[in-house]
Design a protein around this ligand. Structure first.
Ligand code: DQA
Length: 147
């Protein structure tokens, strides 16, 4: 199986960005841990981060051509604003899990709106870096039992 992990704007700053909210692990560490975890489950995990909405959209289009079967997405602030990302995910029709380090529903009201949630398989929010592993395991379990 092949999965894609997508991270949106400002997540390249993990480790130094508001550590009280987002923890001290860098994105590189999170990605490497998850690549290893995925490998041990027989899954090839591709990782991509961008601060640009259009690049994220292009990457979702590419995922379809590259036979990606599942997407893990932390769209950062684009979660709350981007119809384009929603449309891209729906266009390729690849099952996805929406994930967040922080519990967005416990934060400012503008973070309560998500353009991705209602079409996601599931939402994992609030477990810090562990949200990534939980999302991966959930997606894997879902795809294995929905073959
Ligand atoms: C975030 C939550 C978003 O509201 C915020 O804009 C982020 C990070 C999270 O992982 O908790 O950039 O997606």
């Amino acid at each position: 199986m092949r999965f894609l992990l997508l991270n949106g704007p400002n997540l390249n700053l993990l480790g130094s960005r508001e550590p009280e909210l987002y923890g001290s692990e860098t994105l590189e560490l999170i990605e490497n841990d998850l690549i290893a975890k995925a490998k041990s489950e027989g899954v090839e995990l591709e990782c991509f981060q961008s601060n640009s909405e259009g690049e994220l959209v292009n990457c979702i289009h590419e995922a379809s051509k590259n036979n990606v079967q599942g997407i893990l997405i932390n769209a950062g602030a684009y979660t709350h604003t981007s119809i384009a990302l929603r449309d891209a995910l729906l266009a390729v029709a690849i099952p996805y899990v929406e994930l967040h380090l922080s519990n967005t529903l416990a934060r400012e009201s503008f973070r309560h709106k998500s353009y991705l949630s209602d079409k996601a398989i599931a939402i994992i929010s609030g477990f810090g870096a562990y949200s990534y592993e939980l999302s991966f395991l959930g997606l894997l379990n879902h795809l294995r039992s929905h073959k």
